[in-house]
Design a protein around this ligand. Structure first.
Ligand code: THU
Length: 135
């Protein structure tokens, strides 16, 4: 699966966005290590803080289906700004994905490729407990 193909799936996924408040529609396509793709869209709520981003919709759908091994995610939006994942989504991605995990963000001239490590250095991780003498 190429970055362009994954972006195309993210563009398709944003058709299902429920975004009556921001009118900013986002789609995400999450590629699993076995080649399966899970998609997601943003789902807003009258109580704004309950809104779920497209990236987290895709991740939660994948995990609920038994997948936790991921290779890449593509994100597309209906307009500006460029849909770099928000901080909450970066942290949720870091629960399952390493620093080399690929993130493709839709841009007018073609996708920008980056990594989770670039987007979220020093991610919080309860599993990474340093030895006692380093605390
Ligand atoms: N949004 C996403 O879906 N992903 C992001 O990473 C950033 C923001 C959505 C949430 C909300 O529905 C709309 O974009 C405006 O913030």
């Amino acid at each position: 699966m190429t970055p362009d193909e994954l972006i195309a799936l993210a563009v398709k996924a944003l058709e299902n966005a429920y975004a009556p408040y921001s009118n900013y529609r986002v789609g995400a396509a999450l590629l699993c290590a076995d080649g399966t793709v899970f998609t997601g869209c943003n789902i807003e709520n009258s109580s704004y803080g309950l809104t779920n981003c497209a990236e987290r919709t895709a991740i939660f759908s994948a995990v609920a289906a038994g997948q936790t091994d991921f290779a890449a995610i593509a994100i597309a939006a209906s307009g500006e700004p460029v849909p770099f994942p928000c901080g909450a989504c970066r942290q949720v991605l870091s629960e399952f994905c390493g620093s080399g995990f690929s993130v493709y963000v839709q841009q007018p001239g073609g996708p920008t490729a980056t990594t989770l490590g670039e987007l979220l250095p020093h991610a919080f991780d309860l599993k990474m407990k340093p030895p006692l003498d380093h605390r």
